[in-house]
Design a protein around this ligand. Structure first.
Ligand SMILES: *[C@@H]1O[C@H](CO)[C@@H](O)[C@H](O)[C@H]1NC(C)=O
Ligand SMILES: *[C@@H]1O[C@H](CO)[C@@H](O)[C@H](O)[C@H]1NC(C)=O
Ligand SMILES: *[C@@H]1O[C@H](CO)[C@@H](O)[C@H](O)[C@H]1NC(C)=O
Ligand SMILES: *[C@@H]1O[C@H](CO)[C@@H](O)[C@H](O)[C@H]1NC(C)=O
Ligand SMILES: *[C@@H]1O[C@H](CO)[C@@H](O)[C@H](O)[C@H]1NC(C)=O
Ligand SMILES: *[C@@H]1O[C@H](CO)[C@@H](O)[C@H](O)[C@H]1NC(C)=O
Ligand SMILES: [Zn+2]
Length: 931
């Protein structure tokens, strides 16, 4: 292949760089990249001048005649005079050239107009030089750093984060997921570093002119999308691990944290092997590297063969991290490795179907962790947590369908949300449960085989699954997956099913409507869902059967049809729909059925209702009380059974729900009644768990450790029993240690609660002590726990100082951690007004602080939504948002969801506050009498 470099400057032409008139948000479809050759030189030695430059050569196939090459490029300096274009295999023919270039800054297009038409069927090679500063913006190709305490030096590394649309910040490319191509990456850097990329190293040789520099070339990649390309230059250490016959697996971290990588290094290869078996397809690359990056905006990124993680998600220290953190590591590694199939091998055609990536990875990760750590019961816990999350988000009018049109980069970023992940995961679980194991696996396998190295849409998946389902007979032949699943993925929301029993005829009439929290909006004609109906009764108690006995159907025009269920038991027996919450819907019963359920829950027999359905009943009744479909009297009667409950899920459900009430009540004069209500609720379980005493190691069951932590958190907040004094004494003992960074007497599972309680009830010296521990800590999860707890102070000036500290770019708090700390301050007892004022006064500098990641502002706004519940505060916030439009760009979804949540709180206050407080006052009086 011969490259014809046309240096136009020597011809005396100056290129006009105009602003283009092509204004569609997608690339034209006339061209298709086949192969990229990317060479990047990175300079990390001079802290005054971090930069990279490089060359990209792209082989482009012409599908339709065209006179331009339109690429993505953002914030890159491209020297127009060095662009070369030649026809591959066109030796001897007259060459082509670039006549002019244009840019479209709205869509990040870089458009090269060619001298002659490019002809369909031909392949061209385009070559470009580019350069840019290596910034710390956490997207594209950026720098990160860590402190080497021994040498007392800052060490610098570089790494990429391209998803969804930042490859264009690193090199000019066709930056859409549909343009898969092979990538040959070559990295140039000082020889004291290591270079990593998706593929293994092919060769390393000295740089031709720069002393002590090398070029490392990596093998050509398999065909993949630009957002999955990754590389890093660093001086990290690594742990090798290989399973017999398994893929080569290495785990990388800064040298002083490498001992925290053991768990991830062992877990990764195991889960990869599990997936090879589950999907019946071998992992296609020769190796996987996983790397813990000190500055990282997301939790992790599934780059094919080079998976990147934030330190606190990948690293785990048995001495400093909680079991929850360990589980988090397992879960995120399982998620990213599931993407190697769902996302990397088969990729969505366009971001509309992002949920195919994220929903699958979320669900399949649960299967992976369950397989390796069955004792954690991850599948159940995570599946139900996902449902509880979407039952809230997706009951907002401002939610959106799983599959949604995407027209702007900012919309892609906003799609990485509960709906793509948790709702996506929940509907896949529903499908798994109604299709059964064999059909599910066969369907997935054929989908993965059919679309390997290609792109797919949800309809392609529906087709594979329908074929499998009809073959095995797990779906009636007149049903197809597309009809059923479109009702879940193309419509916003989920249904509530009313079950009205006829106790003499032993039937029940079922009707559905969309469940909405906002009671000002009519629910009529808001959609219809195909609902698999599983149910059981008091005499049958067959909760394990999650296969549908019947279906709720919809008409062809999408209208709901009511359904009658026959052969139900008599009037003294309850029925429950949705065994183990196998599908995402709520159920409201008639008064008699609720009464029967409440009676069983409040008896010795409460465990005859499956633990997941106990959680479901708590969840549903509290929501129905909130929206006024059920009395708080009934809801409180139901949850009073919790005094017997010892399992995690019902407690988690109850406390998650009550936290919305807590946020409001704690700002009202009736908080004292609420406080005594919570104390009464929590005390039995707190005492059962032996308070916050004890270490985790004495508790065998993982979910008991989580339950203990959760209960302790409420107990210390509501000053139950000895919680506060115990916490303060643990903290005091820690302060007395001669070497507190080495020895910490606080049990791992309750560290966050102990620190927070001690800061709340402690002195300035306690705060400073903890801040010093933060500075000295070497374990990222411990650092996060401390930062979060430092927000618990009740001193206004301490909070104010902390607010200023988190937005200090040169300070000790990394940018991604600030996104955790600000919400913690906003939701702290005395933080709300301070944080609100701080945000309102400094919105311009805060938005500059996060630039160009404008989506970070969503995390800054979100905590206020739970805390605002008066019309006046709501109006103030709405005005603030209207007046700050320019600083709150690209987060329209977060804004409308926050405002709607506030409005829902306002409605609750106006409708329920009086009746709710009356109900808890009555409970308190009953207590006084009975005690
Ligand atoms: C990149 O920068 C290096 C060092 O400044 C220089 O030697 C090299 O020519 C540059 N490469 C390109 C492709 O611009
Ligand atoms: C580039 O070519 C495509 C296909 O021929 C065309 O649709 C598009 O409008 C052109 N772009 C510009 C900026 O002329
Ligand atoms: C662009 O490239 C030409 C030819 O290599 C060189 O003379 C010129 O200085 C470059 N311009 C910039 C701005 O780097
Ligand atoms: C580390 O270096 C900084 C400046 O580079 C210096 O101020 C500080 O005293 C040094 N610390 C130690 C422990 O040597
Ligand atoms: C490894 O693979 C070889 C050949 O495929 C096979 O004979 C051998 O049993 C495998 N070893 C293990 C431990 O799975
Ligand atoms: C379901 O029950 C609620 C509360 O009784 C009622 O407001 C609603 O109209 C019913 N919806 C349907 C579809 O039957
Ligand atoms: Zn993911």
């Amino acid at each position: 292949m011969k490259c014809v470099f046309l240096v136009l400057a020597t011809l005396g032409l100056s290129l006009a760089r105009e602003v283009s008139t092509y204004d569609h948000f997608r690339l034209p479809t006339a061209l298709r990249p086949q192969k990229y050759d990317v060479r990047i030189l990175t300079q990390l030695e001079n802290p005054e001048d971090f930069r990279f430059n490089g060359t990209v050569k792209i082989q482009i196939e012409v599908l339709q005649n065209t006179r331009n090459i339109t690429l993505h490029s953002k914030d890159l300096a491209i020297n127009d005079t060095e662009i070369a274009l030649s026809e591959v295999g066109g030796e001897g023919k007259p060459g082509n050239c670039i006549a002019s270039t244009e840019v479209n800054p709205t869509h990040d297009f870089y458009i090269l107009n060619t001298c002659k038409e490019l002809l369909a069927g031909q392949v061209y090679e385009l070559s470009l030089h580019f350069s840019a500063k290596l910034e710390d913006q956490l997207s594209g190709y950026y720098r990160s750093s860590y402190e080497d305490a021994v040498a007392n030096e800052t060490r610098w590394i570089s790494v990429t984060q391209f998803e969804p649309a930042s490859a264009r910040l690193a090199f000019p490319c066709f930056d859409e997921p549909g343009y898969k191509a092979s990538f040959a990456i070559t990295l140039g850097y000082h020889q004291k570093y290591t270079g990593l990329s998706n593929m293994p190293v092919k060769e390393t040789r000295p740089h031709e002119s720069i002393p002590d520099y090398v070029w490392t070339a990596f093998e050509d990649s398999v065909p993949m999308s630009t957002y999955l390309v990754a590389y890093s230059v660093n001086d990290f250490s690594h742990k090798p691990t290989t399973l017999p016959n398994g893929t080569l697996f290495r785990t990388w971290a800064r040298p002083n944290a490498i001992d925290q990588s053991d768990y991830a290094a062992q877990f990764g290869p195991k889960v990869l092997q599990y997936y090879e078996q589950l999907f019946g397809t071998k992992f296609p690359l020769p190796k996987v590297d996983q790397i813990a990056v000190p500055d990282f905006s997301a939790g992790a990124m599934e780059n094919w063969g080079l998976v990147t993680y934030a330190e606190f998600t990948l690293l785990y220290s048995p001495e400093y991290s909680s079991i929850e953190a360990k589980k988090g590591t397992a879960n995120i590694v399982a998620h990213e490795l599931a993407h190697q199939w769902f996302g990397n091998l088969v990729t969505m055609k366009w971001w509309t179907d992002l949920w195919l990536n994220e929903g699958f990875a979320t669900y399949v990760a649960n299967l992976g962790v369950e397989d390796i750590h069955p004792e954690w019961r991850t599948l159940q816990l995570n599946s139900i947590s996902d449902l509880l999350t979407i039952f809230r988000t997706d009951s907002l009018e401002s939610s959106h369908p799983i599959s949604r049109p995407i027209e702007m980069t900012s919309q892609i970023s906003e799609s990485f949300d509960d709906i793509s992940y948790q709702k996506g995961s929940s509907v896949i679980r529903m499908m798994h449960l109604f299709l059964g194991e064999e059909t599910f696996r066969t369907g997935l396998k054929s989908y993965l085989e059919r679309y390997a190295y290609k792109n797919a849409e949800q309809d392609n998946l529906w087709e594979s699954l329908t074929q499998a389902a009809h073959k095995t007979g797990s779906l009636p032949t007149d049903y197809d997956i597309k009809t059923i699943m479109d009702s879940w993925t193309l419509q916003t929301g989920y249904p509530v099913i009313n079950v009205t029993r006829n106790y003499t005829a032993r039937t029940a009439r079922l009707s559905q409507e969309r469940y909405l929290l906002n009671t000002d909006i009519s629910r009529a004609h808001k959609g219809c869902w195909w609902v698999p109906l599983s149910y059981t009764s008091q005499e049958e108690k067959d909760f394990n059967n999650t296969a549908p006995k019947e279906w709720m159907e919809c008409t062809e025009t999408g209208e709901s049809v009511s359904k009658t269920i026959r052969d139900l038991p008599g009037p003294d027996q309850w029925v429950i729909f949705n065994n183990q919450l196998s599908a995402p819907y709520k159920v409201n019963y008639d008064a008699q059925n609720w009464k029967l359920l409440i009676a069983t829950l409040n008896s010795e027999e409460y465990q005859s209702i499956h633990v997941v359905n106990r959680a479901q009943l708590i969840h549903d009744v509290l929501y129905f009380a909130w929206t006024g479909e059920q009395d708080y009297e009934i809801a409180l009667q139901l949850i009073s059974y919790l005094q017997r409950e010892r399992q995690l899920l019902p407690w988690k459900t109850a406390l998650d729900n009550l936290s919305f009430l807590s946020s409001i009540l704690r700002q009202t004069p009736n908080n004292m009644f609420y406080k005594s209500f919570i104390r009464k609720l929590i005390t039995p379980i707190y005492e059962h768990m032996n308070g916050i005493n004890d270490t985790d190691s004495s508790i065998q069951q993982h979910d008991k450790v989580l339950l203990k932590g959760m209960v302790a958190n409420w107990a210390c907040t509501y000053e139950v029993s000895d919680c506060v004094s115990q916490a303060v004494s643990y903290f005091r003992n820690w302060r007395l240690e001669a070497n507190p960074d080495e020895l910490n007497p606080v049990p791992l599972g309750v560290r966050g609660i102990v620190y927070c309680t001690a800061i709340e009830h402690g002195s300035d010296e306690d705060w400073d002590f903890l801040w010093t521990r933060y500075q000295k800590a070497n374990v990222a999860t411990e650092k996060m726990t401390i930062l979060d707890s430092l927000a618990c102070s009740l001193e206004v000036w301490v909070q104010q100082r902390y607010l200023e500290r988190i937005f200090d770019a040169k300070g000790d708090i990394r940018k991604q951690a600030s996104l955790v700390v600000f919400p913690s301050i906003a939701s702290a007892k005395v933080g709300f007004f301070l944080a609100k004022k701080y945000l309102m006064e400094n919105v311009d500098s805060i938005s500059k602080f996060y630039h160009p990641q404008s989506e970070s502002m969503a995390d800054i706004l979100r905590p206020f939504s739970e805390l605002i519940f008066t019309r006046r505060d709501y109006d103030e916030f709405k005005d603030f948002i209207a007046n700050s439009k320019e600083h709150l760009k690209d987060i329209e979804q977060a804004i409308s969801q926050s405002l709607e949540t506030m409005l829902i709180n306002v409605q609750w206050k106006e409708r329920n506050y009086e009746s709710f407080t009356l109900a808890i006052k009555n409970l308190a009086e009953i207590n006084l009498v009975s005690e």
